[in-house]
Design a protein around this ligand. Structure first.
Ligand code: ADP
Length: 161
């Protein structure tokens, strides 16, 4: 049983995240979309529960994908679940240095786990949760950036702010 973890803040989940999750699901027996909670980082727009709910709606029907959250170390989470890989998406060069550093740190903490990078799809290369939030907060069109099933929820939630 090969289990992969796709960690992130998913604040909120976008089509860029979904593409990586789908591709991971083709390769691994089980994929856990892991909402990472960093108590020191208080700048998320959506609560953990809201982020999990949006992911649940997005992955409904994907039978070996599930969502979970952790406020602990990713390396420990992988060990606890018997997961063998961390799957991440790589966008522009700007992602590289940070992801490389994280990958080395995780390798140090859990030598059994590999970090695997999928290159972002060309159309998602410049897509991020922050861009979605910025556009939506001004009432702009985000329909090409987030899954259709959660579009209205994200729009009304962000406009409300
Ligand atoms: P963000 O950087 O948008 O806040 P997260 O911290 O939630 O995203 O990222 C979780 C993972 O998803 C990271 O590996 C990140 O590189 C990847 N990811 C985020 N947006 C995209 C995208 N548009 N295309 C591919 N991968 C992405």
């Amino acid at each position: 049983m090969r289990i992969a973890v796709c960690p992130g803040s998913f604040d909120p989940i976008t089509l860029g995240h979904l593409d990586i999750i789908r591709r991971a699901a083709k390769i691994f027996d089980e994929v856990i979309v892991l909402v990472s909670i960093n108590p020191a980082k208080n700048n998320c727009s959506f609560t953990t529960e809201e982020r999990i709910h949006l992911i649940e709606k997005t992955i409904a029907g994907m039978d070996h994908v599930r969502v979970d959250s952790t406020d602990g170390l990713l390396a420990d989470y992988l060990r606890e679940k018997g997961a063998c890989a961390i799957v991440k998406g790589l966008r522009a060069v700007s992602d590289f240095e940070y992801e490389f550093q994280m990958s080395l740190a995780n390798k140090h903490l859990n030598p059994e786990a590999e970090t695997i990078f999928f290159t972002a799809a060309a159309e998602n290369m410049y897509l991020s949760s922050s861009i979605v939030k910025q556009i939506a907060s001004f009432g702009g069109d985000i329909s090409e950036f987030v899954p259709a099933c959660i579009l209205d929820e994200i729009k009304s939630r962000l406009l409300r702010k």
